[in-house]
Design a protein around this ligand. Structure first.
Ligand code: SF4
Length: 403
């Protein structure tokens, strides 16, 4: 059997004749889809991940996945014609192969991890996906190949979700900036409260959206997907992220009002974090659009925490105004707001420390739980807390993925 031959009846037939030799940036990745444990706990999103692609065709310029993930695969990406995984982010989307046996084995392995070995905020949930979008439409110059790849993606994602649902007790958090999840609504509904569907949005303002997330449907359209899913019985959440310097209070208010209407169980939020080459990619995109990138502020070490704190406090205030205070879950960046520069810029360091700990220790909502900060019923009440109060300014720097 060729390594590319899918295992499992009903899988679309795909000619995967040694994709690595094709040298194409949109094709098949050499590894199979698996469930993996993640160290990505500080956002209270998941304990495990399933990432069907290496790379992401959406290519959001602010994305820092290449710095925390794809850049580590630099030599493996070279045969596909990718020389700089960060600068070329968005130009490659390599779909993992489907091997049902391997997927099942990886799932069973994750199921066996005792809840006490997991962090409280992860909910024993699998995130689909953390370093890509499982529900992206694959663009390929050859329309026939595009059809094959899209059918393969759709099959693989459905099959993975069915196996997780039927053969494990793990939860699932779907995160997408696209709308293809609508096609799987029946499957998502069948999960009941074990599944959350979410989207990330930057703003409702299309001109700002063109700069930060140019290759995905408008934010209104993605919120519409959540409305539809919610009406069908799926629990939903939103990641309002990132909030870049272009978004003023009026813009934030308009976006949060629209988010409130979909009745999300949680609204995550972070300011723009500069990592790897995302600053250069935003500048490049701004130059194409002939607009001000407003990235100069990130050249000033003292201004970065000030911008981040100002933005998050503004979101906190506006969220309370629009009735989202209880649902808001801020992600203050530890590197930016937990460091000496941030503390030097605040009037009351003790109050700043308490504010940070409040957010860093927050456990996001899951529908089965009865309160935002209550442990989950499936055993994570024995899990360790996220950040002990004694670590304040010494917490590790987060190497989280963007979603
Ligand atoms: S932010 Fe998400 S959707 Fe956008 S490029 Fe990164 S992984 Fe893809």
């Amino acid at each position: 059997m060729r390594p590319s031959d899918p295992v499992g009846a009903g899988c679309p037939v795909l000619d995967l004749s040694c994709p690595i030799w094709r040298g194409e940036r949109v094709d098949i990745w050499k590894q199979s889809l698996v469930v993996a444990q993640t160290g990505f706990h500080f956002k209270s999103l998941c304990d495990f991940t399933v990432n069907p692609f290496m790379g992401c065709g959406h290519g959001c310029p602010f994305c820092y996945v290449p710095e925390v993930s794809a850049a580590k695969q630099k030599s493996a990406l070279e045969p596909y014609g990718v020389r700089d995984p960060d600068a070329e982010w968005g130009q490659y989307a390599l779909l993992r192969m489907w091997d049902e046996k391997e997927f099942r084995q990886s799932l069973m392995k994750m199921c066996r991890i005792p809840p006490g070995k997991l962090m409280q905020g992860g909910h024993r949930a699998i995130m689909l996906s953390s370093t890509t979008d499982a529900y992206q439409h694959i663009r390929h110059p050859d329309s026939e190949r595009a059809k094959e790849l899209n059918a393969y993606r759709a099959y693989m994602v459905c099959k993975a979700l069915e196996i997780i649902r039927d053969e494990s007790d793990l939860r699932v958090r779907i995160q997408s900036r696209f709308t293809l999840a609508e096609n799987d609504l029946e499957l998502l509904v069948s999960y009941g409260p074990r599944l959350l569907l979410g989207t990330s949005i930057v703003t409702l303002d299309r001109s700002i959206g063109q700069l930060y997330e140019p290759h995905v449907p408008d934010a209104e359209r993605r919120l519409e997907m959540l409305r539809k899913a919610s009406a069908a019985g799926v629990n939903v959440y939103v990641a309002f992220a990132p909030v870049p310097p272009h978004c003023d209070e009026a813009d934030v208010r308009r976006t949060l009002q629209a988010i409130a209407q979909v009745k999300p169980c949680t609204v995550f939020c972070e300011s723009l974090n500069v990592r790897g080459g995302n600053l250069e990619r935003i500048r490049k995109r701004a130059a194409e659009l002939v607009v001000d990138s407003r990235m100069d502020l990130f050249e000033n070490a003292a201004e970065v925490p000030a911008y981040s704190l100002r933005t998050l406090k503004m979101v906190e205030r506006v969220a309370a105004e629009v009735g989202l205070a209880e649902r808001l879950h801020l992600w203050p960046d530890k590197e930016v707001l937990g460091g000496k520069t941030a503390y030097a810029g605040v009037a009351d360091p003790a109050e700043h420390a308490a504010w940070l700990l409040k957010w860093w220790n927050r456990v996001s909502e899951w529908p089965e739980t009865t309160s935002a900060h209550q442990a989950s019923p499936c055993g994570s009440d024995t899990a360790t807390s996220i950040i002990p109060a004694t670590t304040l300014d010494t917490v590790p720097i987060v190497t989280a993925t963007t979603i």
